[in-house]
Write a protein that binds this ligand. Structure first.
Ligand code: B16
Ligand code: MG
Length: 215
């Protein structure tokens, strides 16, 4: 029986995935990596900031020291945070608020399992924080998805056993992490059919079998 639902943030509750792309693209252009494109960006879904940077740098020839890499990641993050300032309570994706309200009514606990260090800011700016019981984010973990750590921390903060939690994800790395944490998963987003999740829906609006999913 499911007692808690742990939502990934970027691409599941809010479409910050597009903002990540714009910020990485700006950095890539500035350092002369014009080949960085949407396809590369898809590989950045759910992976950490530094791993995402490597995906950008692998498209170019130049090698950077660890210190230079830190500065590049920080530069991208400043562009991204500038864009996050535009977020408001219209930024939640289709069906998100209705789903969170429905789960609350059923007494299901709601957690966040996001590797983003910007998760607290995004939740505050979009007004979603009031629905969330516990947040597990980039500040709580040492290893990013597909490692299960971010979901294990969320379950522990919610005071639930792993098997009592369902994960909602838009990335393959996240679904692998959910499985490794012994949690069932619901895959959403543009790639919902190929994520390997236990349940699938294009958006949260399209989930019709919550009764079955939560049993
Ligand atoms: P930040 P999620 C992930 O969020 C993004 O999908 C991924 O593209 C990003 O690199 C990562 O957060 C780190 O984000 O730079 O804001 O700390 O999908 O786990 O909610
Ligand atoms: Mg995501």
């Amino acid at each position: 029986m499911i007692k808690g639902v742990i939502f990934d943030l970027d691409g599941v509750l809010v479409s910050t995935d597009e903002l990540h792309y714009k910020a990485w693209k700006r950095l890539a252009d500035e350092i002369g990596i014009r080949e960085f494109n949407k396809e590369d960006n898809e590989k950045q879904r759910g992976v950490s900031r530094m791993e995402s940077l490597e995906i950008v740098l692998n498209k170019g020839q130049k090698r950077y020291t660890p210190k230079e890499k830190e500065a590049l990641a920080e530069r991208k993050n400043s562009y991204y945070r500038e864009m996050l300032e535009t977020l408001d309570d219209h930024a939640a994706l289709a069906g998100v608020v209705a789903t969170l309200e429905m789960l609350q009514t059923k007494g299901i606990l709601i957690g966040i399992g996001s590797v983003s260090k910007n998760a607290p800011l995004i939740l505050a700016k979009t007004g979603l924080l009031k629905y969330i019981d516990q947040v597990s984010c980039g500040f709580d973990i040492k290893r990013s998805k597909p490692d299960p750590e971010v979901f294990e921390v969320a379950a522990s903060k919610l005071n639930l056993k792993e098997e009592e939690c369902l994960v909602v994800e838009d990335s393959a790395a996240g679904v692998v992490a959910a499985k490794a944490a012994n949690m069932k998963s619901l895959g959403v987003g543009p790639y919902y059919k190929i994520l390997g999740a236990d349940y699938q829906a294009k958006t949260l609006l399209d989930v019709i079998n919550w009764e079955k999913i939560l049993c």
